[in-house]
Design a protein. Structure first.
Length: 101
């Protein structure tokens, strides 16, 4: 078994909550910051409070607003056909028109 593939273990990792609660546990990082812990979580405290601090719904809406609209194959073909027709319409019809440009 390889000895260098395992992460370093911190038996006294410090966990800090947004409510100010601090406790220690074992982890692969020396310090962890969390938004909700056992001291302030609504399930354990019995208080009703809104836990979604990250704004997951707003983040999802922002991602969807920036997403590309899905174009079907038929729409792609129509765009290509219209572009070709516009290029043909812009082409000169006679040699005299070609020389004057």
């Amino acid at each position: 078994m390889k000895a260098t593939i395992h992460p370093k273990w911190f038996p006294e990792a410090k966990v800090t909550c947004a409510c100010g609660n601090v406790f220690t546990t074992g982890a692969t990082v020396p310090e962890i910051r969390v938004d909700v812990c056992y001291n302030c979580h609504p399930f354990y405290t019995g208080q009703m409070k809104f836990v979604d601090t990250a704004g997951r719904v707003d983040a999802f809406k922002a991602r969807m607003a920036g997403a590309k609209k899905h174009i079907t194959k038929t729409e792609k073909r129509m765009v290509k056909k219209l572009k070709k027709l516009q290029e043909e319409a812009a082409r000169p019809e006679s040699l005299a028109e070609l020389r004057s440009k």
